[in-house]
Design a protein around this ligand. Structure first.
Ligand SMILES: CC(C)(COP(=O)(O)OP(=O)(O)OC[C@H]1O[C@@H](n2cnc3c(N)ncnc32)[C@H](O)[C@@H]1OP(=O)(O)O)[C@@H](O)C(=O)NCCC(=O)NCCS
Length: 167
């Protein structure tokens, strides 16, 4: 499956510089970047977006845009980004949605599509870093078939490292 991915209700595609406005709304939501001291300013989102576009070129993947197919609204991100996890460089699948879009299965739907895409990219195993009390994120990981592989410390916090072998 190549990008853009078309799932039942979503389009998952690479972010572009034109996505800054709706992405800034996602990252300005304090419920989304709850682990940061404050939600992102537009400038901080712009820096994150630039880094993500660079990762597409350098790593071949990174977080993608999650868009409602029927409206074209960008509601979040989902995709594999390489991270250094206790000395290993591993592809980590992450997901963030604007909080008014929670509870409708969009993150799970996007993640399922991205898993198929990641297999086509040649990735054999995907990981997700989730703090143990992030119940919503654990729910997404569980629904897409991931299981906890081990506990790790990442960004100075204990995380469960969820993992899934790709077909
Ligand atoms: C993590 C996050 C993306 C999960 O969002 P979410 O809306 O709970 O997850 P989904 O979109 O998969 O939706 C699942 C919910 O929709 C319900 N649902 C409704 N229709 C559904 C459908 N068609 N398919 C699957 N689930 C559906 C599920 O029953 C579940 O309900 P619940 O909230 O009562 O458990 C969101 O909470 C978030 O952005 N959090 C902040 C950022 C963050 O923590 N990111 C992860 C860092 S590790």
């Amino acid at each position: 499956m190549t990008l853009p991915l078309h799932t039942e209700r979503l389009v998952v595609r690479e972010l572009t510089a034109d996505d800054l406005d709706p992405l800034a709304v996602v990252f300005a939501d304090p419920a989304v970047l709850w682990w940061e001291p404050a939600p992102y300013t537009r400038e901080q989102t712009s820096v994150w977006l630039e880094a993500t576009l660079r990762r597409y070129r350098e790593d071949g993947c990174a977080e993608y845009a999650v868009v409602i197919a029927s409206t074209g609204d960008l509601i979040g991100d989902c995709g594999p980004a390489y991270r250094d996890i206790e000395g290993e460089r591993l592809p980590e699948l992450g997901w963030d949605l604007r909080s008014d879009m929670w509870g409708q299965g969009y993150a799970t739907e996007a993640a399922r599509g991205v898993l198929t895409h990641a297999a086509d990219l040649g990735l054999r195993r995907l990981y997700s870093l989730i703090v143990p009390d992030n119940e919503r994120s654990r729910g997404v990981a569980r629904r897409v078939g991931m299981t906890v592989e081990r506990q790790v410390v990442w960004a100075e916090r204990p995380h469960d490292l969820w993992a899934l072998d790709l077909p």
